[in-house]
Ligand binder design. Structure first.
Ligand code: FES
Length: 184
């Protein structure tokens, strides 16, 4: 029996073959092929990697090593919302680690993992270019600034309660200055 995609509707090959074809069946295009496959499927589990390896006639271990080397690739499905905590220098100095710890405790997940209910995935990222507003946390495409662990919990509850929640409604601690230069 042929393996299906994550939704079970399409045989894997129906999704992967056109991507591999588009990239000339060229093993040197592996990163691009993985990128496009992840776009199409959301993640790159083992059977997907095996299918790509078959199509490119290369060892599955080689595909696996690329998937695990680059942090942008994931082998587990992402949640409805992705939380990316900046752990660049300025955010680190301003307390990003405490936010990460709070998130891990509140959501009962580790970094790179998705909550059991599939709502949140916790990620760590590097400087997002807003050091003067550190610590910075992204939830999907929404930037949250001057975040504290307590504020983070409040932000989470908004995303849980309201799928339409956006940065326009973002909560900013009034006690914090509008522009705060990062002490690097
Ligand atoms: S270090 Fe976090 S925005 Fe620059």
């Amino acid at each position: 029996m042929e393996t299906s995609c994550c939704c079970g509707q399409y045989p894997l090959r129906e999704i992967i073959q056109p991507i591999v074809e588009r990239n000339g069946r060229d093993p040197s295009m592996l990163i691009q092929i993985l990128h496009e496959t992840q776009e199409a499927m959301g993640y790159l589990p083992q059977d997907v990697q095996q299918c790509i390896a078959d199509e490119l006639k290369m060892p599955p271990a080689e595909v696996y090593s690329v998937v695990t080397f680059y942090s942008r690739f994931t082998m587990t499905p992402k949640g409805l919302h992705t939380i990316s905590v900046c752990l660049g220098t300025a955010c680190y100095v301003k307390g990003a680690e405490a936010i990460i710890e709070k998130l891990k405790k509140t959501l009962a997940v580790g970094s790179g993992q998705t909550t059991a209910d599939g709502v949140f995935t916790l990620d760590i990222c590097r400087c997002v270019g807003a050091c003067n507003k550190a610590p910075v946390v992204y939830v999907d495409n929404d930037q949250h600034e001057f975040v504290t662990p307590e504020l983070m919990v409040e932000i989470l509850s908004h995303y849980r309660d309201d799928q339409e929640y956006s940065a326009a409604e973002s909560i900013v601690d009034p006690g914090l200055p509008e522009q705060e230069e990062a002490q690097l």
